[in-house]
Write a protein that binds this ligand. Structure first.
Ligand SMILES: Cc1cc2nc3c(=O)[nH]c(=O)nc-3n(C[C@H](O)[C@H](O)[C@H](O)COP(=O)(O)O)c2cc1C
Length: 461
């Protein structure tokens, strides 16, 4: 292996936004297990670190109705990652699960179970979730005030780690001669009293192969970044360009020494899209066609209505932007990118862009929403990815195809060999001296520090 910094790759299952082209003839089901099996096995064939699922907790709405243009109705995360683990050997399985709406005891139990069942290949993307629209589905009946969300997330992860640590390494005795199954002295009761949780519990499970799932985080505020520097081993970010990436990378890695962590203990992985062509021109052409498929005429109108805060009957997607002033009606629920604080300012900004670049409604929405990060031949894409990693804009990428479930195939067949030829990507899954095959060992991450519960409780007292 070369001395160059190595590229990490993660495969994001498509399907939770308009970037997925579900009406392409090549697109398959987002529900059938065959889709998840194909995707996970393709990613494993490509030697990816893990397969990754985002999670939407409520169907999106537009004008008070289910938003009927986007993919909706995918099975729940924990069930899918468990099923994908069953049809793969080495690749990790990572799911997005909210710390605002779940309960630590139950989620810790589920994740430890999957860690056991998968031989130590599970990870958890800790998100705080976006708004009260999602919150209405839950017992809380709304949303946690913004400043408390990361407090809850930190308490959630701390309590979960105490539960995962509560069985000693040798507590599971199962001695057929003595008849002793469990060593009670090695199983601690967990008592946690924080501002969000008051829990007294005994874990029902022995320590799992990884002890803790690999912790991923997605959230960009200063509080989110602090949370990541304390708790996360991977950050999933949208900072996909070289400049944005380098700034983010320096900021987040700069927070680590303050909490006693090394640079290598946290990996930064932007989500990126790609379009592969036989030549640069071919790829550009494909990129334009995919962008148009991602933004149908109806999708363009719905997007503009969401920004304008009103219905816009009769709006021509191939004509100019509406001349009416924005309204006050929230059209879209459940999609962060269309929520605006100052509608008039946003509308003026869009009008200025449309005028300067001479864009129709649909062309403008394409420009605003469809960004293809890596466009070109396989060799070009590999070179650009390599460059971003060497220049510390990222440690690797969360690759997001636009077709379910076969959109990753071409990347694995054509871009992965180019990365290997450059000496920046593995040619096999690593074999550790101890024979470890956990996700954390695949990622080459250090063992995380055990949480000292007493210190934590003193700190928040
Ligand atoms: C790259 C990225 C991906 C995210 N994916 C999800 C997701 O799949 N499900 C979810 O509920 N929230 C997701 N979130 C939202 C976060 O949970 C969080 O609510 C949001 O980013 C606001 O937190 P912040 O102010 O720290 O950025 C994501 C955020 C980012 C930045």
């Amino acid at each position: 292996m070369s001395n160059k910094r190595q590229v990490h790759l993660v495969a994001h299952f498509p399907g939770v936004n308009n970037l997925t082209v579900w009406n392409d003839p090549a697109s398959g089901s987002q529900i059938d297990f065959a889709s998840f099996r194909h995707f996970a096995q393709t990613a494993e064939r490509g030697l990816f670190d893990y397969v990754f699922l985002a999670e939407g907790l409520r169907l999106r709405e537009h004008g008070g109705e289910i938003h009927d243009l986007d993919v909706a109705g995918r099975p729940a995360t924990l069930a899918i990652i468990t099923a994908m683990a069953a049809v793969t050997e080495r690749i990790g399985v990572v799911g997005t699960l909210s710390s605002t709406f779940n309960e630590p005891y139950e989620l810790a139990r589920q994740l430890a179970s999957i860690d056991h069942l998968s031989g130590g290949r599970v990870g958890w993307n800790v998100v705080t979730s976006s708004d009260a629209f999602h919150g209405a589905n839950f017992r809380r009946g709304g949303f946690l005030p913004y400043p408390e969300r990361y407090v809850r997330a930190a308490e959630f992860v701390t309590l979960a780690k105490q539960l995962w640590d509560s069985w000693g390494a040798d507590a599971h005795v199962a001695n057929k001669h003595t008849g002793q199954f469990v060593d009670d002295a090695q199983v601690d009761d967990v008592r946690f009293a924080g501002t969000q949780f008051d829990v007294s519990a005994t874990s029902t499970l022995p320590r799992s192969p990884q002890r803790y799932p690999v912790i991923v985080q997605a959230g960009d505020s200063p509080a989110g970044r602090d949370f990541a520097s304390e708790h996360a081993e991977i950050i999933f970010t949208r900072k996909g360009t070289l400049e944005e990436g380098q700034k983010f990378y320096t900021d987040v890695k700069g927070r680590l020494p303050k909490v006693g962590r090394t640079e290598d203990s946290l990996r930064i992985m932007p989500g990126v899209s790609f379009v592969i062509g036989d030549s640069a021109a071919d790829a550009e052409e494909k990129s334009r066609a995919i962008a148009l498929a991602q933004v149908s005429p109806q999708t363009a109108i719905a997007w503009v209505e969401a920004i304008w805060g009103r219905e816009l009957p009769g709006l021509d997607p191939d004509g100019p932007l509406p001349t009416v002033d924005p309204g006050e009606q929230e059209q879209r629920q459940g999609q962060v990118s269309t929520q605006v604080n100052d509608r008039l300012a946003r509308v003026q900004q869009l009008r200025a862009r449309a005028e300067a670049e001479k864009l129709t409604v649909r062309q403008l929405v394409v420009k605003e929403t469809s960004r293809h990060d890596f466009v070109g031949t396989p060799a070009h894409i590999a070179a650009e990815m390599d460059k971003a990693v060497q220049l510390r804009a990222a440690d690797g990428f969360v690759v997001i195809p636009h077709i379910t479930p076969t959109g990753l195939d071409e990347f694995v067949d054509r871009v992965v060999p180019e990365l290997q030829d450059r000496g920046v990507f593995r040619t096999d899954y690593p074999q550790s001296e101890t024979g470890e095959t956990t996700l954390r060992s695949t990622l080459n991450l250090p063992d995380p520090q055990a949480v000292n519960a007493r210190e934590y409780e003193e700190a928040i007292a």
